[in-house]
Design a protein around this ligand. Structure first.
Ligand code: NAP
Length: 245
């Protein structure tokens, strides 16, 4: 496997915003969006979330539906996908509820000096019974100390090496949970395979388009999207899923 499949999953307004004009932690989707978000999480080996989204929301999305948890268990997967925070700075307050959530955490530092660290003692203490993740080999130990709270850490100069390392760790299916900076940086390098957008019946205006005004989209990502699913959801929401081969 050269790199994982990447599916971007967002709830957006009818005018393409992912947050209200004033910014802050966006809560656009309703029950319908929650349903398809959990289905995407159930498909995934790991999620990627931008550090700013995590700082604003405090926690990551979890699968709650029993049938999805049963499905993952039957497939030999951990109950929740590995939650990987993407960051340059690596600065995340240790008080975030995220660090208490019942999931495995990873930190992917891009543009950072190369190092990879093993699970910390803090992480092992919090999760005496480690969730099963599909064949995750232990990464090599090199360089500096790990940030506490993360079971797995990677530092890579660019997306190409980051995705190769995630693939080598057995992570073949990634859900990208946003926000806009993270989505933009992946589209600039033609790395998103699928767009799962829940259109929510709201008009928000303001600057927070899901691809910001300065976004650069790689030529190959500008077209060729095939509609693979459309589904009317509760609350006048509409799921649209587009894929590129
Ligand atoms: N509607 C939805 O479905 C949805 C989903 C997610 C988020 N949102 C909303 O989106 C907004 C946040 O989006 P955002 O664009 O401001 O932030 P973001 O994409 O969540 O996070 C930006 C941060 O992520 C890290 N990052 C992103 N791309 C990187 C790269 N290529 N290399 C290294 N680090 C990278 C950096 O972290 P460091 O600062 O640590 O270096 C950067 O400052 C919030 O309003 C949130 O509520 C909405």
């Amino acid at each position: 496997m050269n790199r994982p499949q990447l599916r971007l999953v967002l709830a957006i307004s009818l005018d393409g915003r992912l947050a209200a004009a004033e910014g802050g932690a966006a809560q656009l989707g309703g029950a319908g969006d929650r349903q398809v978000l959990e289905e995407a999480l159930a498909w995934a080996d790991a999620v990627l979330v931008g550090a700013q989204t995590l700082r604003l929301h405090g926690s990551s999305c979890l699968i709650h539906r029993p049938e999805l948890l049963t499905q993952r268990s039957a497939a030999g997967l951990a109950p929740q996908p590995l939650a990987i925070v993407v960051s340059r700075s690596g600065l995340l307050p240790a008080t975030l509820p995220f660090f208490q959530q019942p999931l495995q955490r990873g930190l992917l530092r891009l543009d950072a000096p190369a190092f990879v660290a093993a699970p910390t003692s803090l992480e092992r203490a919090r999760q005496p019974e480690r969730p099963r993740q599909r064949s995750l080999p232990s990464p090599p130990l090199q360089g500096r100390a790990a940030s506490p709270g993360f079971a797995r850490q990677w530092a890579c100069p660019d997306w190409s090496s980051a995705l190769a390392q995630l693939a080598a760790a057995g992570l073949g299916r990634l859900v990208v949970l946003g926000g806009a900076s993270l989505a933009t940086s992946l589209l600039a390098e033609n790395l998103l395979d699928e767009l799962q957008l829940t259109l929510c019946p709201r008009l928000l205006g303001g600057p927070h388009s899901w691809l910001g005004p300065t976004a650069r989209v790689a030529g190959a990502s500008q077209g060729g999207w095939r509609l693979v699913e459309q589904r009317a959801l509760a609350g006048e929401e509409l799921l649209l899923r587009y894929r590129r081969d």
